[in-house]
Every structure is written in C-alpha cells, then in structure tokens.
Design a protein around this ligand. Structure first.
Ligand code: NAG
Length: 236
C-alpha cells in the first residue's frame, strides 16, 4: 500500500513537473485551437450560403523520373493548401496570445480532401508536413509531395515537348461546399532544381468546373497545373 501511495505521489509530482515544463509560450493559443477546431467539420462561412474557398499554390521543385513507355512522370512539388476558419482567430493583444501565428501538427484541424486525380501512385509526403495557423484564422498546410502522374509523353523528345499536368480537386465535395482558387499564381519555379536531361519550357494553371449527368446542379471543381517538359538538346 505504502509503495503504491508513494508511487502515486511520485507520478503526481512528475506530472506536475512535466506540466510546468511544457508551458511554452504558445500553449494558450494551442489550447484555444484544440478547443475550437474539429477535423470533420467543414469551416463554411457563417452568414451566407457560400462555400469555403481553398487556395492551392504549387511550386515545381524537381522532375524525378520520365517514363515514356508507361506514360508516367514523377515530380517533387511544394503544395500550399490554405483556407480561412474565422472561429480559430485569436486576439494577439490578449495575455498569452501574443503570437501572430503558430505551427501545429494537424491533430484536429480540418484538412480539405484534396486529391491529385491523375496520380498513378499514392502521393508521398517528403519531410514533415506542418500546419500553420495565423491569428486571423488563416490555415496553411504546406507539404512537400513526391507524386507520379499519368502524362502523354509521346512528344517529350520533340521540339514542342510534352504537356504534363497535376490535377487537384476535392474527392467528395462539390463546388457548393468547397471552391478552389489559385489566385492567378500558376506554377512557381522559384525553387526549381534543374536536371541535366529535361527542361521545363512553360507552365500554366487552369480552373475547371464540371457537372456530372447524375446531378447537373452540383459542379465539381478542379485546378489543373500544367508544365511543358522536353528532353534536353532537341532540334527546335
Ligand atoms: C497544356 O494543357 C493544359 C491543360 O489541358 C492547357 O490549359 C494548356 O494551355 C496546355 N499548354 C500548352 C502550351 O499547350
């Protein structure tokens, strides 16, 4: 009994020490986010019937593999997915809330079910995908992703090159609930790492909205990020 008692006392003491030790400067904000957010609840704007807008930006980092026989190209991209959830906002003038943003592992934040439609394998997160939340309720999920997609590579060794794309869209939500945007940003080449065998000639991004026969009122949106890739040294 005595042993159990002292063990309990020791554990309590440890727990107290631990609690004190982890009182980092963001803990009030983290607690607030933990209490407010729910991962399965779509943060629709409160006062009207508009959808939540999800911004997707894409940086092409590297062309990893070009497989002409299988019509597959593998790329490394930096994907930035951003939306607003005003319920998460905090007042930075309040005691304990002085930071304008925090980075969290995504335990219970809603993450849009954005899928790469033309992927032929499961996209792989390279590195550790963190989520950043700003004091105004803006949420940014910025994973580096390695993905293999289908692409018609017939012209990759011609002067014009092959037009490959990554097509992003929600797996389950129509445009009435989840709307996509790229803010005219296209594909960023800021962090592009060149390879000796292939070059990227041009990039673009286009948004589509498509209704299926079943449900003509429900259009599904996608963002198509395209890039023209060509084998180096082609006669132009
Ligand atoms: C590549 O394909 C995309 C999507 O079909 C299209 O929007 C874009 O204009 C094409 N680019 C070129 C240079 O043909």
């Amino acid at each position: 009994m005595a042993t159990t008692g002292s063990l309990l006392a020791l554990l309590t003491l440890l727990a107290l020490t631990f609690t004190t030790a982890v009182k980092f400067r963001h803990s009030a904000i983290i607690s607030h986010l933990r209490d407010t957010s729910e991962r399965d609840v779509i943060p629709l704007p409160a006062n009207n019937n508009s959808p939540v807008t999800v911004n997707i930006d894409l940086s092409l980092i590297k062309i990893l593999d070009v497989d002409q026989e299988r019509n597959e190209i593998e790329v490394l991209v930096l994907q930035s997915v951003n939306y607003n959830n005003p319920a998460l906002a905090w007042d930075i003038t309040k005691e304990g809330f002085h930071s304008s943003s925090v980075a969290v592992s995504s335990w219970n934040l809603w993450r849009p079910d954005i899928t790469i439609y033309n992927a032929v394998s499961r996209p792989e997160f390279v590195g550790y995908p963190l989520t950043v939340v700003d004091s105004n309720g803006a949420v940014f999920f910025i994973p580096k992703v390695r993905v293999r997609v289908w692409c018609d590579l017939q012209d990759v060794d011609s002067g014009s090159g092959a037009n490959c794309s990554l097509k992003f869209g929600s797996w389950t939500q129509s445009g009435q609930t989840l709307s996509l945007s790229n803010g005219e940003n296209g594909i960023s080449m800021e962090w592009y790492l060149a390879t000796p065998n292939y070059e990227v000639l041009a990039t673009s991004a286009t948004k589509h909205s498509k209704a299926y026969e079943c449900c003509p009122d429900e259009a599904y949106e996608d963002l198509e990020f395209s890039f023209i890739v060509r084998k180096q040294g082609q006669p132009v």
